[in-house]
Design a protein around this ligand. Structure first.
Ligand code: ADP
Length: 183
C-alpha cells in the first residue's frame, strides 16, 4: 500500500486490488462533503431546550426568552411532555394587541401538538435542517417518545435551531472531520 495514496483509498476515491493495482472508483469529490454532512447526528449537536409550564403567562414567556437568550420556547406539561411552541413573533403579535400579558396563559397563543415539527436525537442534522427549511420554522424540539401517566407523549430533550445548523456548517467547512478521523 502506497502511504501517499492512503487518504485517497480510505476516502473511497481509489480502490486497491492485488495484481490490478490502484484504480479510480469514480467517486466524486463532492460526495465526500455530502458524507461528512450526513454523518452529523442531532444528538451530538443539539442544545439545551428552554421550556415553560403550561400555566406560564405570556409575560413569563417573554421574560424567559430574554433570560435564556433564545428565540423559541417549548411549552411542556408534567414530565416534560411537549404541548406547544411559542416563537418571537407569536409573542410580538399578542403584545401588539395590547392584551394584559400578565393574565393571558401561554397555551392560548402557542402552536400546539400535533402540529409541531420535531426531530429525534438519532436522526441526522441534515434531516433537521431540511425540516427547518421545508416547514419555515427557526427551531425544532428534539424529542423521545415516552409513556407518562397512562398516555403516550414526546419528552423534550433538546433543541435544534438555525444557529445549530450554522455551527455545524462552520465545523464541516473547517475540515475538522478529517482531522478527527486521523487522530
Ligand atoms: P417567528 O414566528 O419568530 O418567525 P418561527 O418561524 O420559528 O419564528 O415560527 C413561525 C410559526 O411557526 C409560529 O407561529 C410558531 O409558533 C410556529 N413554530 C415554530 N416552531 C415550530 C415547530 N417546530 N413546529 C411547528 N410550528 C412551529
Amino acid at each position: 500500500m502506497r502511504s501517499d495514496f492512503a487518504f485517497l483509498t480510505k476516502s473511497g476515491f481509489l480502490g486497491a486490488r492485488p495484481r490490478v493495482g490502484y484504480y479510480f472508483t469514480g467517486k466524486k469529490i463532492y460526495s465526500h462533503i455530502v458524507e461528512a454532512i450526513r454523518k452529523l447526528k442531532v444528538k451530538d449537536w443539539q442544545a439545551v431546550p428552554v421550556v415553560v409550564g403550561e400555566e406560564a403567562t405570556v409575560y413569563d414567556a417573554i421574560v424567559n426568552l430574554f433570560l435564556n437568550d433564545v428565540g423559541t420556547l417549548y411549552i411542556v406539561s408534567e414530565g416534560g411532555i411537549l404541548e406547544g411552541v411559542v416563537s418571537r413573533k407569536d409573542l410580538l403579535k399578542i403584545v401588539l394587541g395590547q392584551a394584559d400579558i400578565q393574565k393571558i396563559p401561554i397555551n392560548i397563543i402557542m402552536t400546539r401538538m400535533p402540529n409541531i415539527v420535531t426531530i429525534s436525537p438519532e436522526e441526522s442534522l441534515w434531516s433537521a435542517a431540511k425540516k427547518l427549511v421545508e416547514h419555515e420554522v427557526d427551531s425544532l424540539p428534539v424529542v423521545k417518545p415516552v409513556f407518562h401517566k397512562g398516555r403516550e407523549g414526546l419528552e423534550v430533550i433538546g433543541r435544534v435551531t438555525k444557529t445549530t445548523i450554522t455551527s455545524a456548517f462552520v465545523h464541516v467547512g473547517q475540515n475538522k472531520y478529517e482531522q478527527e478521523e486521523k487522530e
